[in-house]
Design a protein around this ligand. Structure first.
Ligand SMILES: Nc1ncnc2c1ncn2[C@@H]1O[C@H](COP(=O)(O)OP(=O)(O)O)[C@@H](O)[C@H]1O
Ligand SMILES: [Mg+2]
Length: 377
């Protein structure tokens, strides 16, 4: 799932750069955002996560200049946001606001067409673009003439995304986009966002208070504490492996190791050669390999492929290992399989190993619980 590398821009690859940004709302006892520095690499999904009131919405609004910082600098696509007229800036930045915020008295079609209309596109271009967007976000075109109140939460959310993407901005800001939908719809919308991102390669900053959502969606996750203090900023696997402090560890919650299982792939851990022999070796040679690995079975290879495994007791009286009946391995894993799936295969296998093959079914190695545990370090 973790995903393509973004092409680097001359400015170090940051589509959005916050440098010592501070926001103190007039009359507030303390700053909403203290001294925040953060680079959002182009083409990545960065998730800001933290408790309610820690300044997440304020950060998004400073990026598109709905809120002016008290101090510090914000650069978008290499330009200081203060040097760009706000309407020009917002054309480069799609915004999915908290609680979706569709215009209730406009149809779905008019909602999606909001920005193209502001930009003065002609009717035909707007109609074509709306049709394209509806397809992109998976909305039924029959819904276009309805009003927002006539849609489910999930449908409204898709309309919000379509509206934000209407003018094809390179940057998308999403503020708690799934907080208003139930967990099943939320999981589906999250999957859709990841699929959409694989097609569109936007730079996305998504805000949530749900740490599991952050881990699932983020190429990088910024964990904020109250007062907009950045506690840690790292790819999800790195956060789970090495939380910077007790606040981050507590925020990530229990079962860090289990969460990590879903993020690390089999290809990222070192496999072992395993007890494997060519089919034309003798039972005596196979027995030596079994002893070396402390098992009572041996994998049988033919022409680079793993045919299956043979039990020690089935080798009695055979001339070659290939003469004994081979049993198939449960399931072969690919390098992009997660450790979580690998563990499931292991648990369900008689041999207590998972077999790893490449896309041409060529044998790459084996994993046991030891290699999986090692991969979580
Ligand atoms: N317009 C405003 N005026 C004064 N205080 C505000 C305003 N907007 C937000 N705040 C305060 O700033 C802090 C951060 O708010 P916000 O950015 O909305 O946090 P989050 O999105 O993480 O819940 C909170 O204490 C909030 O009450
Ligand atoms: Mg908020």
């Amino acid at each position: 799932m973790h995903r393509r590398e973004a092409p680097l821009r001359p400015n170090g690859g940051a589509a959005i750069r916050l440098a010592h940004v501070r926001k103190h709302y007039p009359g507030a006892a303390q700053a909403a955002v203290g001294d925040l520095s953060l680079d959002v690499p182009e083409g990545e999904v960065v998730v800001l996560v933290g408790p309610s009131g820690c300044g997440k919405t304020t950060v998004l609004k400073m990026v598109n200049r709905l809120v002016e910082p008290t101090a510090g600098e914000i650069h978008v696509l290499g330009e200081d946001v203060r040097s760009v007229a706000a309407p020009v800036l917002r054309r480069r930045i799609g915004y999915v606001i908290q609680q979706i915020g569709l215009f209730p008295h406009r149809t779905v079609e008019a909602n999606v067409a909001t920005v193209p209309r502001l930009l003065g596109w002609d009717r035909r271009r707007i109609r074509d673009r709306v049709a394209e967007l509806v397809e992109l976000v998976g909305l039924d075109p029959a819904l276009l003439q309805r009003y927002p109140s006539e849609l489910s939460g999930g449908q409204q959310q898709r309309v919000g995304v379509a509206r934000a993407l209407a003018a094809d901005p390179p940057i998308l800001l999403m503020d708690e986009p799934y907080s208003a939908v139930d967990p099943i719809v939320r999981a589906r919308l999250q999957d859709e966002l990841l699929a959409l991102q694989r097609r569109l390669h936007k730079t996305i900053v998504l805000v949530t208070h749900d740490v599991d959502e952050a881990i699932k969606l983020g190429d990088r996750v910024a964990i904020l504490n109250v007062g907009g203090v950045l506690a840690q900023y790292a790819p999800p696997a790195e956060l789970l492996r090495a939380p910077a402090d007790d606040f981050v560890a507590a925020f990530l919650g229990s079962e860090r190791g289990l969460k990590l299982l879903s993020l690390v792939t089999v290809g990222q851990v070192a496999s072992i050669e395993g007890p494997v022999v060519d089919g034309d070796v003798t039972p005596g040679e196979a027995a030596a390999v079994m002893r070396r690995f402390g098992v009572d079975w041996v994998g049988v290879r033919a022409g680079g492929r793993l045919v299956g495994w043979v039990a020690d007791r089935d080798l009695d009286g055979r001339r070659r290992v290939a003469d004994a009946p081979a049993q198939p391995f449960n399931a072969a894993l690919r390098p992009d399989t997660t450790l979580r799936e690998a563990l499931d295969v292991l648990i369900n296998s008689r041999t207590r190993v998972a077999v790893l093959v490449d896309d041409d079914h060529r044998y790459l190695g084996m994993l046991t619980v030891d290699q999986i545990a090692e991969g979580l370090r």
